[in-house]
Design a protein around this ligand. Structure first.
Ligand code: MLT
Length: 267
């Protein structure tokens, strides 16, 4: 894995890259960084796997202000330009999916295909928006570790937490390392994101939707409805996984991705 640093508006974004071939862009969720894609980055040989840390996460800088879905999406465009990539298959997890919807609105011609993991097109409800503010206050008061502990039971299923303490530790470590300003920025960006449901019927590229059957954050029923709105899309439901299906059931999720990447007709 190589890491390069891409400068945008005076901040540095860390971009992790492995392999050669047609490019895939992996966009992580919250409260996470590119490491959430580790199994897929290792296994999807034959593709150039590009996994940035969004501003405010991982090894990227965390400015105090300037977060939003449009900013994250513009950052991705800058990262692709800097890495010499024009058109790309895009894979987003949860908040990464929200960012990709914005990327599609801005850079539609660059998207060759889509993999949407445990995400949704709807904006936050009013109680959901209040929940974002409450979590931001928790982050400011008690730090990233408190946010990690709050979210772990929704990120990983009961079975994963009981059987795989090593994975719990990995996710806890990633989430606990996030800078508070990155957490608060991401929460506000998610709180203020626009409705992407109208976009779904306009998507014209091969699309795979993957979701954990026990996901409490983006429930599978919603992902089924999202799939039905995207022309030709297919849903793979991952059993015994909550929100973080790509890490909880890596073999199933990677297998579904590999199958999609091998057989879809990307333009
Ligand atoms: C994520 O995994 O990116 C977030 O949980 C998404 C959300 O809270 O809406």
């Amino acid at each position: 894995m190589t890491i390069t640093h891409v400068s945008v508006d005076g901040i540095s974004l860390a971009v992790n890259e492995i392999g050669t071939g047609e490019p895939i862009l992996f966009v992580h969720g919250f409260p996470l960084d590119h490491q959430q894609w580790q199994p897929q980055l290792v296994a999807l040989e034959g593709w150039r796997r590009i996994a940035p840390d969004l501003r405010g996460a991982g090894a990227s800088d965390a400015p105090t202000t300037g977060y939003g879905m449009s900013r994250y999406a513009d950052d991705l465009a800058t990262v692709l330009d800097a890495r010499g990539v024009d058109r790309v298959v895009c894979c987003g997890f949860s908040m990464g999916g929200y960012v990709l919807f914005e990327f599609l609105r801005r850079q539609r011609d660059r998207v060759r295909g889509l993999i949407l993991c445990d995400t949704r097109a709807e904006p936050d409800t009013e109680p959901g928006r209040q929940g974002r503010d409450e979590l931001a206050r928790l982050a400011e008061r008690e730090g990233a570790a408190a946010v990690a502990e709050r979210l772990l039971p929704t990120l990983l299923s009961d079975a994963t937490r009981a059987r795989n303490p090593g994975l719990v530790q990995v996710v806890r470590a990633i989430a606990s390392r996030l800078p508070v300003q990155g957490i608060v920025g991401a929460l506000r960006a998610m709180r203020d994101r626009v409705d992407s449901v109208p976009l779904l019927s306009e998507i014209r590229v091969p699309t795979l939707v993957v979701g954990g059957s026990e996901d409490p954050i983006t429930p599978v029923a919603g992902m089924r409805a999202m799939t039905e709105r995207i022309r030709g899309a297919r849903l793979v439901e991952v059993p015994e996984a909550a929100h973080l299906a790509p890490l909880e059931r890596p073999e199933l999720v990677t297998g579904a991705m590999r199958d999609f990447l091998l057989h879809a007709s990307f333009g």
